[in-house]
Design a protein around this ligand. Sequence first.
Ligand code: TXA
Ligand code: MG
Length: 352
Amino acid sequence: MQQNSDIARAAQRLLEGKLVAFPTETVYGLGADARNPQAVERIYAFKGRPSNHPVIVHLAFDADLSYWAKEIPHQVQALVKTFWPGPLTLILKRADAIPDQVSGGQDTIGLRCPSHPVARTLLQAFSTLKGGHGGVAAPSANKFGQVSPTRAAHVRDEFPMFGDDDLMILEGGAADVGIESTILDVSRMDAAGPVLLRPGHITANDIGKVMGVRPLVQADATAPRVSGSLKAHYAPHTPLALLPRRQIEALLFNQAADVAYTVFQDHPLRMVKGRFAVLGIGPEPVSQSGLSASWLPAARQPHGYARDLYANLRELDQGEFDFLIVEDPPATEAWQAIRDRLNRAAAAFGQR
Ligand code: TXA
Ligand code: MG
């Protein structure tokens, strides 16, 4: 874990307008002073991200929400009390004094208070340097559209051209949640009620229990199926397809070309021939024929699966495979956030 003196140095760098990558319990973030528009611009340039995409502002645990947001609905108090610090981002109306770069020009702001101890110490130190109102704007610390980093080494891999001088990376071990925070829009309570923009570890059901009303689930602008155009995200470099287990078994147990064709008939990967690996749920099925595949057994439980998902995708991406097959997770709420990320990754390669 990171030394406090390094964290203090990182807070100082943020104050100087520099970028700092830091661990959170979800994924590593690429942080900048949220009130410094040039520093926030630097995030976009670093990531190669379109500048109309809003970033999440990370706050210290005792932060004053009304400094960042206005017209805060009364239900927010219960949400904050229950889920912060933790993997929930709240979309609220942005306070007038907050620069609109962090919101990609929108009148809302995404706020989150992470629970990772390194993030908490950093945010506290930075807030103190900024007179009690320090916020760190941070998207996931990866190139735009790529797999999010859940280890410090992943961040280094994403930005190999930058040394410690250009990008300080705080070490915080493997992220525990492993997928990005749940995003809940509470900025349109009158019109729409609470709206879930991105599923995560905290589920619609968890939120419903606190708010007394289940949020409406609405895909955000980066979801795969918006108005005909497939917006891809979270994708490895190697083509990836999601398949149900029985189709994976058919492929493994009869590695004949005609079976491969049948499996992929309506699938954009149907023309791909070559070496593939499987990200399975649990161990590889035993084949009568003794054939076996490169099978990476992911956890059978959604929390363990999510924690390792991005590290697993990165590992498979580094193997010499022509394509990756990911076993379809169960269609239950506990797996919803994982399915969301996998669907987007598959959408990058044309899978609907
Ligand atoms: O777990 C996480 O949320 C991680 C860690 C670093 O905190 N951050 C993260 O950031 O995933 P990023 O930039 O990769 O995703 C931010 C998402 C985007 O889909 C963006 O559209 C949405 O949050 N978002 C941020 N501010 C918003 C706003 N004002 N209105 C609507 N969506 C917003
Ligand atoms: Mg991201």
